[in-house]
Design a protein. Structure first.
Lengths: 137, 110
């Protein structure tokens, strides 16, 4: 339950969540772009192991996990999720700037649909009541 | 099958894996017994997903791959309805339908 007003700590954690998601995706793409164009899975595996960017991506995901648990400590999932889905906009926008990826009308309309869909889901009630004791099987 | 179709297929499989792994995570919270079993299963699926997503990023723009990955919302709903017996009401289906349509639009541009 979100009992407290929006604290600056929560705002910072939500911004950090968007930032980490975006950075992880862009770095992942950058790392993959640097892989050799080989079909041999063994060669590819060695290239992945030798590419420190993949380690940084893994570290970002770990950091994101801790940050996300922090967010959920202070906010409802249904409040936090639509806000962090803004990362669809930041990832697509920055990939356009950094990797010259095309952004057409269809893609923009699609991302808008996804954002509206996430928002609609977040307006509903979480059907599983919090604090309901679960009986062990 | 051309590269971008294969990439979209890979992201779709990743989303299904993500949905299943999330259900395993939820199971690890729900059950008093075999907690670490479900946690390990979830982590194993996340690792497989990461490998496949790396392949997808090789074939697709990251903007496309990440957006189509929103299919995981739909996968989570289907798996949690089927395996956890959670209810998915009309409003949630409407939102999921919009996400599905959005993914299709992004994918159609490639």
């Amino acid at each position: 339950m979100r009992a407290q007003p929006l604290s600056s700590l929560l705002v910072a954690a939500l911004l950090l969540a968007i930032l980490l998601d975006t950075a992880a995706q862009l770095l992942w793409k950058w790392a993959v772009a640097g892989l050799p164009d080989a079909a041999d899975p063994w060669l590819l595996l060695r290239a992945v192991v030798g590419q420190p960017l993949f380690l940084i991506v893994a570290a970002l995901f770990l950091l994101q996990l801790f940050n996300w648990l922090k967010v959920l400590d202070h906010a409802d999932l249904s409040f936090a999720q639509p806000i962090t889905s803004l990362s669809y906009v930041t990832v697509t926008g920055l990939s356009m700037l950094l990797f010259d990826e095309p952004l057409g009308l269809l893609k923009m309309a699609g991302i808008l649909c996804i954002l509206v869909g996430v928002w609609i889901i977040s307006q509903g009630q979480p059907l599983t009541l919090p604090g309901t004791p679960e009986s062990p099987p | 099958m051309n590269e971008s179709l294969l990439g979209i297929a890979l992201v779709t499989v990743c989303s299904a894996i993500e949905g299943f792994a999330q259900v395993c995570l939820k199971k690890s919270v729900l059950t008093a017994l075999r907690r670490s079993f479900w946690l390990r299963v979830a982590i194993a699926f996340f690792v497989v997903e990461a490998v496949l997503y790396t392949g997808a990023l090789h074939l697709l723009d990251v903007g496309t791959a990440y957006s189509v990955g929103a299919l995981s919302f739909v996968a989570v709903a289907l798996f949690s309805q089927g395996l956890l017996k959670e209810q998915v009401d009309g409003r949630r289906w409407l939102g999921l339908g919009l996400i599905l349509a959005g993914c299709a639009l992004v994918a159609s541009q490639g």
